[in-house]
Design a protein around this ligand. Structure first.
Ligand code: NIG
Length: 401
């Protein structure tokens, strides 16, 4: 057994059920797991030692929504948006074409680079998905690539998003025959989740139900893109099927918020126990890049709906993996407190991936995923937006940045 002490932590944000923030603290990691938390003055001996010199430490970010398998450039589409165009899902086809043309080696290199960027920004648990293949062969190729990276410990959760867009030249129902048939069959051994883009220009409520039925029968967890472009059935379908999360949520009615809140009736928030409901995934970088109304994180929290902050890294709507940016923006623009924003980017993401018993907080027995800032307090994430604040990152106790 090897142990490592991280001591002289100026501010330790645990994100535990008591929302503890300790000062002059220390953490001991044993074999990749958090073994002890307390006052630096009381810390036990360990084989190795890192002195934080008064810096702040928080849990590594959990990013529950990314699309990292892509090639090609869509900066012109972004520029047109900044000049007044609105986002329409059609750009997915542009990326699909470029991604299909990329070799396995190139795609793997691109994904590795994006994961490295995420880790360098403090992300230690990451979901990513297919969705720019949109043929049986290509979706299977992307799923295999991601499963290989998961086996290496580079990504943690893999999602099948064959229902991202109806590809050019296909009819929706005919394409969905593939998605729920041979495509699902080809990817199911490689993926953990099935996802659908349920919105104008992509798939409707009944089409989403069809994919959910098939995904659930294949043993996959359910998650959804919904209510991004306009108000639609996304949240209602996510609630109906008990999806782990519905992400984007820019256009919500009071009924949607109430429906999401109702899914948490079996969850004891104080004890963090019971049956979790549907998390609302808020994607502030995407909202800014598409000039969409910011997801109503404040209202959702006030209604009792746990939220997750995610990067949604993709070439169309959110070309960033920075959770530091999202946390700062959530405080500055979404009116979350610092503690709420940090929780949404750690424990909230873990809940959205049903990984809350393993990651998402600094607690004895959890995986030692730690993020040290080059600042004495975590509020610097909002106070100094855009500054390179990540000083060190440990994933399962191993220093990765
Ligand atoms: O989550 N909304 C759907 N999918 C992505 C965007 C994909 C694209 O435009 O390439 C998203 O924003």
């Amino acid at each position: 057994m090897t142990s490592h002490l991280i001591t002289d932590i100026g501010e330790l944000t645990c994100v535990d059920a008591e929302s503890r923030v300790l000062h002059d603290a220390a953490v001991v990691v044993e074999d990749g797991t958090i073994a002890w938390i307390g006052a630096a003055a009381d810390a036990p001996e360990a084989d190795g030692r890192t002195c934080a010199e008064g810096r702040a430490v928080l849990p590594g970010w959990v990013d529950p929504h990314t699309h990292l398998v892509f090639d090609g450039d869509r900066s012109a589409e972004f520029e047109a948006r900044m000049a007044g165009e609105s986002y329409a899902a059609g750009g997915i086809g542009v990326t699909t074409e470029a991604t299909r043309a990329a070799s396995d080696e190139r795609l793997a290199e691109l994904v590795r680079g994006r994961v490295a960027d995420a880790v360098a920004g403090g992300t230690t648990y990451l979901e990513t998905k297919t969705g720019y293949g949109l043929t049986v062969e290509e979706e299977a190729r992307h799923a295999r690539l991601l499963a290989g990276l998961r086996a290496e410990g580079l990504v943690d959760e893999v999602t099948f998003l064959g229902a991202h867009l109806v590809p050019a030249g296909r009819q929706a129902e005919d394409y969905l025959d593939d998605v729920v048939g041979p495509m699902l069959e080809a990817v199911r051994e490689h993926v953990d989740w099935v996802d659908v883009f349920c919105d104008r220009g992509a798939f409707d409520g009944d089409q989403t139900r069809r994919v959910f039925e098939a995904g659930r029968a294949a043993g996959l967890g359910l998650r959804l893109h919904g209510n991004q472009i306009e108000h639609g059935p996304g949240v209602a379908v996510a609630v109906e099927y008990g999806a782990a999360s519905v992400d984007h949520v820019n256009h919500l009615t009071d009924e949607d918020v109430a429906a999401l809140a109702s899914t948490w009736a079996g969850w004891d928030a104080a004890a963090r126990a019971g049956e979790p409901g549907t998390v609302a995934g808020c994607l502030p970088a995407c909202d800014l890049s598409t000039r969409a109304p910011l997801a109503p994180g404040r209202e959702l929290l006030d209604a009792g709906v746990p939220i997750a902050l995610a990067s949604n890294c993709n070439p169309g709507t959110s070309y960033t993996t920075s959770q530091n940016f999202n946390v700062g923006t959530a405080v500055l623009q979404m009116h979350l407190t610092l503690a709420e924003a940090i929780e949404a980017a750690t424990y909230g993401g873990a809940l959205a991936l049903r990984a809350q018993d393993r990651v998402g907080s600094i607690e004895v027995g959890k995986r030692a995923d730690l993020h040290m800032l080059d600042a004495p307090a975590a509020i610097h994430l909002a106070y100094r937006p855009g500054m390179p604040l990540t000083h060190a990152v440990w994933r399962a106790g191993r220093r990765v940045a």
